[in-house]
Design a protein around this ligand. Structure first.
Ligand code: NAD
Ligand code: UDP
Length: 353
């Protein structure tokens, strides 16, 4: 699969004839990750031809199992920090989604320089490609650009409170810089840009090893392991289910007309991390103990999106409740754990044979 063009066809697909996205040529950078793989699936279901570009740093080919079955899907393994592979520069693209960047704090802090360059150089390379192809470009920015916010909930007009020298800065400042590049590109008339500021999103395909709160809590609860709460658990977040979020990304990409500016996408239902633990324990029926660990440096105390702009401009709002979304997530993590344990004995036999 290295170098791309690995295409498998596993069955027939019905494509809605009315879809605007039908036959669009779309590049999804970061498409093997949690959000990107769901986006690839949705675009394919709407009739698009999708090329996924990913270095598999935090994503996985397993996330693309369904996409690989589709005749209009291709995978190219490459790092957006480097010049883009020639196989891409020879292609037609109508839309370019840039989702490439590790999003989990422990993972994006593991190699901070690479994280920063992924947002800065990666966005520049993809914007250049968008200009060359005349493609509309969407940047997946983040609520982290608001830092530890002094304004609550956070509207797009808030400029944020980011520590530019702390351990989260490689991500936060990288995304802020990527926003700057994107809006300068748009202002210069080099192409059309859309910027989504994504708030905490969860769902199936979050990696159990990812380190984010929902994946940690659900996998700990299901395995009856201790539940790790960082700090006293009074910090808040607002969690959006992945299907809602992907719908928002696509609505923003397809929004025509003058530059709408950055748009928050997220679910405004806010709760403390400690309250989230209680919901997960209740839904899983787990008897895990809750243990407390130090709060990471610069961990934002409160976060909740003001989504009135998304509602007004895109007519978009999330519809999945936390209970519905967590139940779907728990079912998926449970199925993953069962399939791993079903495979384990065969491996032991093979090793001892
Ligand atoms: P993820 O880590 O699951 O996916 C990121 C993908 O990008 C992975 O497949 C990874 O291998 C790939 N990638 C990383 N660096 C790359 C590079 N240099 N070149 C090529 N590919 C690279 O994370 P996610 O949750 O799916 O997030 C996707 C995007 O959405 C990210 O840009 C993230 O900043 C943004 N976002 C996500 C959330 C969230 O809650 N999930 C919130 C805010 C913003
Ligand atoms: N968190 C926690 N336990 C964990 C993982 C995270 O209490 O096992 C906390 C973390 O300190 C933060 C919140 O949950 O306050 C959300 O963390 P996550 O890494 O998911 O996202 P982010 O901090 O980037 O919003």
């Amino acid at each position: 699969m290295m170098g791309g063009q690995a295409v498998h066809f596993c069955g027939a697909y019905e494509v809605p004839m009315t879809s605007r996205i039908r036959n669009q040529h779309v590049l999804v950078a970061g498409g093997a990750g949690f959000l990107g793989s769901h986006l690839c699936d949705r675009l394919l279901a709407e009739g698009a031809r999708v090329v996924c570009l990913d270095n598999l740093l935090t994503g996985s080919l397993a996330n693309l199992e369904g996409a690989f079955c589709h005749p209009h899907f291709e995978f190219v393994q490459a790092d957006v920090v480097s010049s883009l592979p020639r196989t891409l520069t020879r292609r037609r693209f109508d839309r370019i989604y840039n989702l490439a960047c590790a999003a989990s704090p422990p993972l994006y802090q593991a190699n901070p320089e690479h994280t920063l360059m992924t947002s800065v150089l990666g966005t520049k390379h993809l914007l250049d490609l968008a200009q060359e192809k005349g493609a509309r470009f969407l940047l997946s920015s983040t609520s982290e650009i608001y830092g530890d916010p002094h304004v609550h909930p956070q509207p797009e007009s808030y400029w944020g409170n980011v520590n530019s020298t702390g351990p989260r800065a490689c991500y936060d400042e990288g995304k802020r810089c990527a926003e700057t590049l994107s809006f300068d590109f748009d202002r210069a008339g080099r192409g059309e840009v859309r910027v989504a500021r994504i708030f905490n999103t969860y769902g199936p395909r979050l990696s159990a090893a990812d380190g984010r709160v929902v994946s940690n809590l659900v996998s700990q609860a299901l395995s009856q392991a201790d539940i790790t709460v960082f700090g006293d658990g009074s910090q808040t977040r607002s969690f959006c289910y992945v299907d809602d979020l992907v719908g928002g990304l696509m609505a923003l990409m397809e929004h025509d007309g003058p530059q709408p500016g950055p748009i928050n996408l997220g679910n405004p239902t806010e709760l403390t991390v400690r309250a989230l633990v209680d919901v997960v324990l209740e839904l899983t029926g787990s008897s895990s103990e809750v243990i407390y660990r130090p709060l990471p440096t610069d961990d934002p105390k409160r976060r909740r999106p003001d989504i009135s702009k998304a509602a007004a401009v895109l007519d978009w709002r999330p519809t999945t409740s936390l209970t519905q979304g967590l139940n779907a997530t728990i079912d998926w993590f449970d199925a993953q754990a069962r399939s791993r344990s079903a495979e384990a004995p065969a491996e032991v036999v093979a090793l001892s044979a």
